[in-house]
Ligand binder design. Structure first.
Ligand code: SF4
Length: 382
C-alpha cells in the first residue's frame, strides 16, 4: 500500500523560522490546481495499478488557504486516479486562523479524516517572534471547534527552544494542549535554518538562541510530562494517545512507497533495486509551466542501493519506539550490525543509552533519545 502527499505552496506570510517551499504573493490558485490535478492523474496512470493508497496527506505551505471546493476537486481526482478503497487516513494541515466551524465542515464533507494544526505556541510573545498569523485566542478557538467537529483524530504542532523563551512557557504550552485533550502532539526543537529571518536576527545579535543544554532539558521534560499524561512517545517528535498514531508518517520511517505531488514534493518508490527517489522543482511558476506542457516537473532523481537504504533505515528506525530490529535489517538490507557493532552496542547499553537488547532490537532510552543523532552516527556501518 502506498501514500500520497500533496504540497500546497501558498502562505499568508513568512514565518520567521521557516525553510519550506512556499509563496506569499496573492497568486491565482487556478493554474496551480489545474497543474496539480494533471500531476495526480499522471501518477495515477503510472503507479495507480501497482499499489492501492493507504494514506493521503495535504501539507505545505498552508493547505487551509484552499477553499473546501478545491479540496473536494483534489479528493475527487485522487479517487478517480487511484484505488482508494483501502485508505485509512486523510490528513490535512490546518493553520488556526483558517479553522472556522464552516471551513471544518467543508473539509469533513470533502473526505478529510485527520487534521494537523500548526499551533506552535499559546503565547502571543512566541507567536509574534515566529511571525505566525494567528494569536493565542485563535489557537484556543480552533481546538474548541475541532473537538466539536467530529474528525477521527487530530494532531497539533508545538515548537520549543525559541530564543529567549522562558522555560515556564514550554511547560504551560504542554499543559494547555492537554487541557484540550489533544489526541496527538508533535513537538519540535527549533532549528535555526540558514537564511531564515530568525537566523538573521540571531546573526545580528538581536535575539539569543537557546543552548543545547536548554533544548535537552525541554525535551526531557516533554517526554516525562506527556508520557505521564497517557501519551505514547512513539517517535522522537511524536506523542499520541492510544490509537492516534500517524499512519502517514510511519511510511517515511519504514521505507514504504509514497508519491509526492506539488512544487518541492518528494517521492520514493522501491519495487526492486535500485530504489528511486525524486523531487519536484521548488518554483511554482516553473511547476505550472512544465505541467501545462505535460512535462514532469522534476528537479532531482536519485537511485538508492542497499547500502544507502540501510543507512536511512537505521537512522529512521532508531527514532521510533519500535526500535531498530537487527534481524530485519539483515533480512531486508543484508547488513549484520550485531556483529559489526557489537562493542558499540554493549557500550551504549552499559551507559544506559539503549535498553538491553530484546528480540535483536535496539531501542533508545530517554537519555538515549536526547542523544539520538550521535548514537545513530556511531551505529551506522563503516
Ligand atoms: S505557514 Fe508553515 S509553510 Fe508557511 S511560512 Fe509558516 S511555517 Fe512555513
Amino acid at each position: 500500500m502506498a501514500g500520497l502527499y500533496l504540497h500546497i505552496p501558498f502562505c499568508s506570510q513568512r514565518c520567521s523560522y521557516c525553510d519550506f517551499y512556499f509563496v506569499t504573493t496573492a497568486m491565482s490558485q487556478d493554474r496551480f490546481l489545474k497543474a496539480l490535478v494533471y500531476e495526480i492523474q499522471h501518477y495515477g496512470r503510472e503507479y495507480g495499478h501497482r499499489e492501492a493508497l493507504e494514506t493521503i496527506y495535504f501539507g505545505g505551505g498552508t493547505p487551509s488557504l484552499l477553499p473546501p471546493g478545491s479540496v473536494r476537486i483534489l479528493m475527487d481526482t485522487i479517487h478517480e486516479a487511484f484505488d482508494t478503497s483501502g485508505v485509512q487516513e486523510t490528513t490535512f494541515e490546518l493553520n488556526p486562523e483558517n479553522g472556522t466551524p464552516a471551513y471544518l465542515e467543508g473539509l469533513l464533507a470533502a473526505g478529510i479524516t485527520r487534521l494537523s494544526i500548526g499551533v506552535q505556541s499559546f503565547f502571543d510573545r512566541d507567536l509574534e517572534q515566529m511571525n505566525r498569523v494567528h494569536d493565542n485566542r485563535e489557537a484556543r478557538e480552533v481546538l474548541r471547534s475541532v473537538n466539536d467537529a467530529g474528525f477521527e483524530s487530530y494532531s497539533m504542532d508545538l515548537i520549543f527552544g525559541l530564543p529567549d523563551q522562558p522555560s515556564e512557557y514550554w511547560a504551560a504550552n504542554l499543559e494547555i494542549a492537554i487541557s484540550f485533550d489533544v489526541p496527538h502532539i508533535s513537538t519540535y526543537s527549533l532549528t535555526l535554518e540558514e537564511g531564515t529571518p530568525l537566523w538573521k536576527q540571531v546573526q545580528r545579535g538581536q535575539v539569543q538562541p537557546q543552548d543545547d543544554a536548554a533544548h535537552a532539558d525541554a525535551f526531557e521534560f516533554t517526554m516525562e510530562y506527556l508520557t505521564a499524561h497517557g501519551y505514547e512517545h512513539y517517535e522522537i517528535s511524536s506523542f499520541a494517545r492510544p490509537g492516534h498514531r500517524s499512519r502517514h508518517n510511519h511510511r517515511y520511517w519504514n521505507h514504504t512507497n509514497y508519491i509526492g505531488c506539488g512544487p518541492s514534493a518528494h517521492s520514493f518508490w522501491w519495487s526492486g533495486l535500485p530504489a528511486k527517489r525524486w523531487s519536484n522543482v521548488r518554483n511554482l511558476k516553473r511547476y505550472e509551466a512544465l505541467l501545462s506542457q505535460h512535462v514532469p516537473p522534476l528537479e532531482d532523481r536519485e537511485h538508492l542501493g542497499l547500502d544507502a537504504l540501510a543507512d536511512e533505515y537505521i537512522l529512521l528506525q532508531l527514532r521510533t519506539d519500535d526500535g531498530l530490529d537487527l534481524a530485519e535489517l539483515e533480512r531486508r538490507y543484508g547488513v549484520d550490525l550485531l556483529t559489526e557493532k557489537l562493542s558499540v552496542i554493549a557500550e551504549l547499553e552499559q551507559s544506559g543509552l539503549i535498553h538491553p537488547l530484546r528480540n535483536h532490537t535496539v531501542r533508545l532510552t530517554n537519555p538515549g533519545k536526547i542523544l539520538c543523532d550521535s548514537i545513530t552516527s556511531r551505529l551506522l556501518p563503516d
